[in-house]
Structures are given as C-alpha cells and as structure tokens.
Design a protein around this ligand. Structure first.
Ligand code: MG
Length: 741
C-alpha cells in the first residue's frame, strides 16, 4: 500500500509543471474560481450579467506564472454592442454603453418598411434579442442587407453585382461575411455578419434552433425526389448514400480527456438522432491533434452507414491514442476530408451527386500545419463548388468551444450562406452537448412517428418529452366526468377505446389534453367520435356475454389540428409506412404482414403501457404479451370473471383480436387501472415506439386511485389489437397516413 502511494505521488510530481503557480494570486473580484486538481488551470465564473475579465481561464505556464498574471481578475458587467450606423430610420436611446436588460427602439422613415423587431433587448450573453432590424424602401434589386449592431457598412447600392462590406467596432470580433454581393436571384452572397465581444457565447437554445433548422434544410434538400407534401415524400426518400457526414473532433492537449469524452458523446448523440429519422447518410469520423486518427472512413462501406457500428467505433476510441503528439493541426483534419473525398471519387460514379456535411468541434486555434482554410478551398474546388454554384453540396459547421478560439480562423473555415449560420461559439463542451441534445427534437420539419427524447437520461424531466403521444380525455357528461387515455396518431386524430363513450355522448362532451404536464396544458375540442362499427357491447347477449368488448376502438376527430413539437408527437401504427421506417424495414416490398411478424412473433413479446402515478406523473409499465402456449392462461383467468360465468366458449369473449398481458407467470406484470382505458399498448424498437393495442378491459380491478395494490394472480388485461382494426382506421383516416397492404 505504501509503495503504491509513493508511486502515485511520484507520477504526479512528474506530470506537474516545473514551478507551481501561486494559488493565492488567482482570486477574482465579485466571482468564484476553481483551480484544477493538478494546479495547472483556473476557471472563473461570475454572477449572471457579468463576465470574468481579462479571461475566463488562466493556465499555469512553465515559468510558474499564470497567464495574464499581472491583471487582477474581476467580474465586469456584460455589454451588448453599440449601434454604429442605421439606415432608413432612427433608433433610441443613444448611449455610450448598453448593459444587460437595456432596450433599443427602432423606427423607419416614411416610405420604408421595417423588417425585424421594433424593440431589441440586451441579453445575458451580450447579444441583442432578435434579428437585425432593417428599414427598406424596396428600391434596390436585392433587399437592404441591413447593418448588424456594432458594425459599420460601406456600400449603399443594392443592384445586382453591387457589393457591401462590413467592419466591426473596435474590440469586437466579426462572424459571418465581411463582404456580400447582390446576386441575380435577389439574394446576398455569404451570410450576415455579426460583431460580438469575446465573452459572448451562443446559448444552447440558439444553437439548437439555428443549427437544427439549417441541418434539416440540408437533409431535406438532399432528397432528389423531394415533393412538398411530406407524407408523400417519405415513401420516395432513398437518400442512403447521397449524403456524407464528416465529424471532426479536436483531441489536442488543450481539450483534455474529460472534454474529449463529452465531444465524443455529442457525436454519438448526433448520429443516434439522425439515425432515428428516415435518412441514412455515410459517416466519416476522425480526431486530430498533431496528427489525425481515423475512427470510421468514407471507404468503410460495411460500417459507415450503420449508426450503431459508427457509435460503437467512437466509443472505443481513446483520447490517449494521440499520445504525446498533442498539437492542434486543424489543417491536417480538413486535408483528410479532402483525401477521403478524392478516394471516394475514384470508386463512386455518382460522387458529384452527394452532399457533404462537415462538423468540426474545436476548443482553439491551430498551432501547427498551417492555415486550415486552404484545405476548405481545395475541397470546394474538388466538389466543383463555385460562388453560388453547387453551394448546396457542402455545409461546414464549426463549433468553437471556450474563450481561447480564434474567431477569424473558425469563420474562415465555416460555410457562409444567406439566412443561415454555420459558425458557433459556445462557452464549453457541456453547452454544446445541451444544444445537440435539443437539436433535432426541435426540428418540426420531421414529422416522424413514435419518437421521443431518450428517457434513459435523467435530465428529461417532462413526461411528455418521454411519452409525447399520450393524451388524456375528459368526458364531461351532464351528471359525471370520466377519464380515459388516448394516443396521437395524426394531426387530426386520437386513437382510444370505444367503451370510453356512451352511445349518446356528444362530441362537445369530450376535451383532449395534450402536451406538457404543467399548468399550460394545451387542449383540443372534438368534432366527431368514430366508433368501430363492429363494437357492440350488447351484440353477444345470446352467447351469455353480458358485455362484449370486441373491436373496442374509437378514433376521435379533432376540431382543430395539433401542432407537433418535442412534447406533442404521433405514435407509430403498424401497417403504415411510418412504422417501416421506424423498424428500418426499408426493403422494396414492406407489408402489413412483415410488421406483424416482426412485432408480434414469439410466445412472449415485451411491451409497455403508460399510466399515471400521482397527479400528472406519467410512468412506464413493462409487460409481456402472452401468445402461443402462454395465451391459455389468459383464457382460463377470463373464465373466472363473474360476467362471463355462463359463457360456453370463452373464445367468444376473448377472440383472436385481443392481445393479452398480465398474470404472474413467467413474471409479474403490472396491471392496468381504470383511467388507463383507451391508452396505447406499445412495443419499443430502439428509440421508436409502435402501438399494437388499445387498453380495453381486465379481469380484476384492484387499483385504488393512484395506488396499485399487489397484483392478484388471476389479473389479466386485454387490449384491442390494432392490426385487426387497420381496415377501419384506413377508412376513417384517409390522407394523413400511408398504409401498406
Ligand atoms: Mg488545442
């Protein structure tokens, strides 16, 4: 034990710098600081509205001095850039400085029309809210390009071929295009510039929104058969192989092992999310320090289209592979992209049809290998991208992390496109992680079914992010109120159980509650209740069945369509194209039978339902569907039900149209309670959820309110099967789903 300790301390003293920096001199006025365990780095933080000056971190240099040691650290008030020029109108107030919470009001002169906000507010990250306010008289060929706050502009003629150029006020850094040209198509070349302070970061929310929409635009436009109607488009998407996604992760010394791990994690999240959409790109993943290391390349066709394998390869890769070659050679990484593209060109005759996305995550500037933007020029030339021509074939997104980046360098590498943003500066890798967790969820362009936030992650607090398709039905009759559950299947329809309604229930009795389980509940009124025509509780009286639940299915048609969001989304139904995508059954002849075989094969099938535990808390219950030899037990327990005691053949009650869960064998299944009626019985496949049944009836009800008592052995639940009801669903919902035969 002694020996081991000795070895450890020896190892540590070797790793530490020759002279230790004095920890007493690093304190910050008005804020807090943290010295890393090895004593090599200090990280400052300040209260909201302030930033650490002269820098957010200090490093212990080999001479035993902290970087900028002579300047005392202090928390200063965050400022937003000050307007330099404004065209076509006025703004006020004019002040020497603008701090967090300050407001600017804009007004356009007569004959000028305002674009953007009349009022902008200085935000906590040192940016003005909203987009650049522009007053345009409509006289130019191109619309007025505007003047971002903090910038000055040269050039006032907006005819085709005219140029404008921008400069940032002293001390501010420019992102976006310095010069823009008015093009034939009445749009400006490049992207809008912005001027910002070094302490200004993009918030995770901003990045999620902007990157998400740019990415979805890119993915959608990569589909050659793109048709505006999205439900039609889905069948035609054959994007596999038409897009290459390069992910480049900085693994230089400054990044450190912990941040590198998070960056790998971001790459995994990204790939996983992309894979849950109806879209299969080819991946190339590499890391770089002094040299590059390949994780997956464009030529490894047996791996690079399979998300799980790419993720596995990333997980296996270790930061230590770069050894002591810890420089930052950004150029080498981009050169590798160029090399892989060149190789691919030799093999792939459709090479030029591919679109390419490059995602670069870095915490700093290059310190070897030369100017990385040289390689960008080579890649553009190679892909035959000329100004305004084939620009859609390449998108380079750059994520700069921390305060030691070079804005100029990252800006040079990133793509510049009108009304899009490709370069981001974030506070740290954790902020980027947060953005990526949100990115694709926020993208409403994809109306995929059965998708939810990864609920293995604890930070997903809202149940409706986990189960966004669950709705609650309130049936308010003159004498009573009843509750049921349902599932969102399209923008206009909710699937539930027919027995939730009395025959004389009016649509206006019913309220559908959607979305987040907080006070701001969204509700919908109902236009029509469609019951399955074969649902007839009294229809089997001659067989001594007091109440029949066969075809216990109802579709509720809403009077106002649902807007999908991360907390409100549809579930997948079998025998629809959405489920083919969810199951990744992308062969040429998807069919209903294939779905059935895939989802409901075997004697025991893992499934789940969602219930309420306490007020507004949704909980997942895992059960097993009993088939084959296990189904006999379900029938036996159904025979014991008082209402069916005179029934000759229990199969007249429990027809093959029902799915059975419950019982205590081979495992104890939780039972459904009364308020669960109408909710979905679900099969989960990877990150996708497919509804196979509607909760209908049970043999025993031992629930009391939200309390679940111990499950009696004879407790069984029966669910109206979706597949037997498909013909009817097809008749009611005609246009919003694509059905398979
Ligand atoms: Mg570095």
């Amino acid at each position: 034990m002694m020996l081991l300790l000795l070895l450890v301390s020896l190892a540590m003293s070797i790793a530490a710098p020759i002279e230790e920096c004095n920890r007493d001199t690093v304190a910050i006025v008005g804020g807090t600081y943290k010295v890393s365990e090895d004593g090599e780095k200090v990280e400052y933080s300040c209260p909201k509205g302030k930033y650490p000056f002269p820098s957010a971190t200090r490093e212990c240099e080999t001479n035993g001095k902290w970087t900028n040691e002579k300047q005392k650290a202090i928390c200063k008030a965050i400022e937003c850039p000050k307007p330099v020029m404004f065209e076509g109108g006025e703004y006020e107030p004019h002040k020497p400085k603008y701090f967090v919470g300050d407001e600017l009001y804009f007004e356009c002169w007569g004959g000028f029309k305002m674009f953007g906000l009349e009022k902008r507010t200085c935000q906590e990250n040192g940016k003005w809210s909203g987009e650049t306010t522009i007053c345009d008289d409509g006289e130019g060929h191109c619309p007025s390009p505007g003047i971002p706050i903090g910038a000055s502009k040269v050039g006032t003629i907006y005819r085709v071929g005219s140029n404008v150029s921008y400069d940032c006020q002293n001390g501010l850094k420019m992102f976006g295009s310095k010069t823009r040209e008015c093009k034939e198509n009445k749009r400006w070349s490049g992207s809008e510039s912005s001027c910002r302070n070094s302490y200004t970061y993009d918030s995770p929310k901003e990045v999620a929104e902007v990157f998400g929409s740019s990415l979805s635009e890119t993915i959608e436009s990569s589909d050659p058969d793109r048709v505006e109607d999205k439900s039609v488009r889905r069948l035609q998407v054959r994007t596999g192989g038409l897009m290459n996604i390069f992910i480049i992760i900085d693994a230089s010394k400054s990044v450190g092992e912990k941040n590198f791990k998070t960056a790998k994690n971001i790459a995994e999240t990204f790939i996983e999310k992309v894979s849950s959409f109806d879209f299969t790109p080819r991946y190339s993943v590499l890391t770089y320090a002094s040299k590059i290391k390949r994780i997956v390349t464009l030529s490894e066709s047996e791996i690079n289209t399979q998300a799980e394998k790419v993720i596995e390869a990333i997980q296996k890769f270790k930061y230590s592979v770069h050894g002591d070659k810890q420089g930052t050679n950004t150029r080498a990484a981009l050169q590798e992209v160029y090399n892989q593209l060149s190789l691919d060109n030799l093999r792939n005759e459709k090479f030029l049809e591919h679109s390419n996305i490059i995602i670069l995550m870095t915490d700093g500037k290059h310190n070897m290998g030369g100017d990385p933007s040289v390689e960008v020029k080579k890649i553009r030339e190679f892909l035959d991208i000329k100004k305004d021509k084939r620009e859609d074939k390449l998108d380079i997104y750059v994520f700069g992390l921390g305060d030691d980046i070079s804005q100029d360098e990252l800006n040079d590498i990133a793509s510049k496109k009108d009304r899009e943003k490709h370069v981001f500066q974030m506070e740290n890798v954790d902020a980027l992680k947060k953005a990526f967790d949100e990115i694709i969820d926020e993208t409403s362009a994809f109306e995929m079914c059965g998708l939810s936030r990864d609920h293995s992650k604890k930070e997903t607090k809202d149940d409706n992010e986990k189960y966004p398709w669950i709705v609650k039905l309130l049936i308010t009759r003159p004498t009573e109120v009843e509750n049921c559950k349902g599932s969102i299947v399209t923008k206009n329809f909710i699937l539930t159980a027919a027995h939730c309604f009395h025959l004389d229930d009016q649509p206006h009795f019913v309220t559908v509650e959607l979305g987040p389980s907080d006070s701001a509940k969204v509700t919908r009124k109902v236009q029509n209740i469609h019951r399955h025509p074969k649902y007839d509780p009294n229809g089997k009286k001659e067989k001594n069945i007091k109440k029949s639940f066969e075809y216990d299915l109802a579709l509720i048609e809403l009077s106002q369509k649902i807007d999908f969001s991360p907390t409100v989304r549809p579930i997948c139904l079998p025998c629809t194209s959405g489920t083919s995508w969810a199951l990744k059954q992308r062969d040429m002849a998807p069919s209903c039978k294939k779905h059935e075989n895939f989802l409901l094969s075997g004697d025991l099938v893992k499934a789940l339902f969602i219930t309420e535990e306490g007020r507004n808390a949704l909980v997942q219950m895992n059960v097993q569907i009993k088939q084959g030899k296990w189904r006999q037990g379900c029938l036996k327990d159904a025979e014991k039900v008082e209402d069916f005691k005179d029934v000759v053949d229990i199969k007249d009650v429990v027809t093959d149209n029902f799915l059975c869960t419950g019982g205590v064998d081979p495992e104890v299944d939780p039972q459904t309670c009364k308020g669960d009626s109408g909710g979905p019985l679900i099969i989960q496949h990877n990150k996708r959820y497919i509804q196979v049944g509607v909760i209908s009836w049970g043999t025993v009800n031992s629930c009391k309110g939200y309390t679940r008592n111990q499950v009696p052995a004879a407790s069984r639940d029966f669910h109206a099967g979706i597949i037997p009801g498909m013909e009817w669903i097809k008749e009611i919902i005609q246009d919003e789903l694509i059905y398979l035969n």
